[in-house]
Design a protein around this ligand. Structure first.
Ligand code: NDP
Length: 242
């Protein structure tokens, strides 16, 4: 098993990488800027006894996606995880460049990574078959009014990607599945401008707390495993009942 995790060096992606390493996956971890997080996660994965390389590549450029998949080589799994909310506020108060950047990263880049994953894994294209996991968000069905409707719209597009691409490649050795987390304790919220968001929103969730990255990683690992061999075209919600 050889799996690429985009945004695999911090937050949910890093937890997915560690969990997949424990399950015996060799790994390629993509990231954008944070060299020290990349080095730390790579070292932790190698300590678990698997091969792990990191590739710095901005997925909002075609060249970045090409570089990542060229460096990755043969793959049997792709976790399409890199994303960011970027900004908190009402749509009318969000600048057009932020709206475009949000959709570019969370939808356009995700679709192009999925395209590259099919080219890398489909037996009809010389690949070995595999599993693509798209990381969506509970926002896709909640809409996130007042916070980031453009991000929610992009993630709803990711759910449609999972549904359609799964049917397109089901006969070509690839399962396509999604995971839609609710609020998860990572720095994505502080990076968008609200460091206390987990503490504010967590208690409002029916289960009474934010989720942990390991809880998302466990779902991704199961979906990638042979135990989920009859699961495709669906998105598993992990949102504490919300
Ligand atoms: P983090 O901010 O913790 O990590 C994001 C990762 O994506 C980092 O490795 C980052 O690299 C990478 N990344 C960001 N932009 C780019 C880019 N342009 N090109 C390549 N890589 C990039 O995010 P989370 O772990 O919280 O989120 C992971 C996924 O889960 C996202 O798709 C997010 O939308 C989704 N999600 C998160 C939720 C949450 O509450 N945390 C809830 C629902 C969904 P670098 O370290 O170099 O910046």
């Amino acid at each position: 098993m050889r799996t690429l995790v985009t945004g695999g060096t911090r937050g949910i992606g890093a937890a997915v990488a560690l969990r997949l390493a424990a399950d015996g996956h060799d790994l390629v971890l993509g990231y954008a800027r944070d060299e020290s997080a990349a080095a730390a996660t790579q070292a932790q994965c190698r300590d678990l006894g698997v091969d792990c390389s990191t590739v710095r590549a901005d997925l909002t450029s075609d060249a970045g996606i090409d570089r990542l998949f060229t460096a990755a080589g043969r793959l049997t799994g792709v976790v399409n995880n890199a994303g960011a909310t970027l900004h908190l506020g009402r749509l009318a108060d969000t600048t057009p460049d932020v709206v475009r950047a949000t959709i570019d990263l969370n939808l356009t880049a995700a679709v192009l990574v999925a395209r590259a994953a099919v080219l890398a894994m489909a037996p009809s294209r010389g690949g070995d078959g595999g599993v693509l996991v798209n990381i969506s968000s509970g926002a896709a069905t909640l809409g996130s009014p007042g916070e980031y409707v453009q991000y929610a719209a992009a993630k709803a597009g990711v759910d449609a990607l999972t549904l359609g691409l799964a049917q397109e490649v089901a006969g070509d050795g690839i399962r396509v599945v999604g995971v839609a987390p609710g609020i998860i304790d990572t720095t994505i919220h502080a990076d968008a401008g609200e460091p206390g968001r987990v503490e504010r929103v967590g208690p409002l969730v029916p289960l009474g707390r934010a989720g942990q990255v390991e809880e998302v990683a466990a779902a991704v690992a199961w979906l990638m495993s042979g135990e989920a061999s009859y699961v495709t075209g669906t998105t598993l919600r992990l949102a504490g009942g919300r």
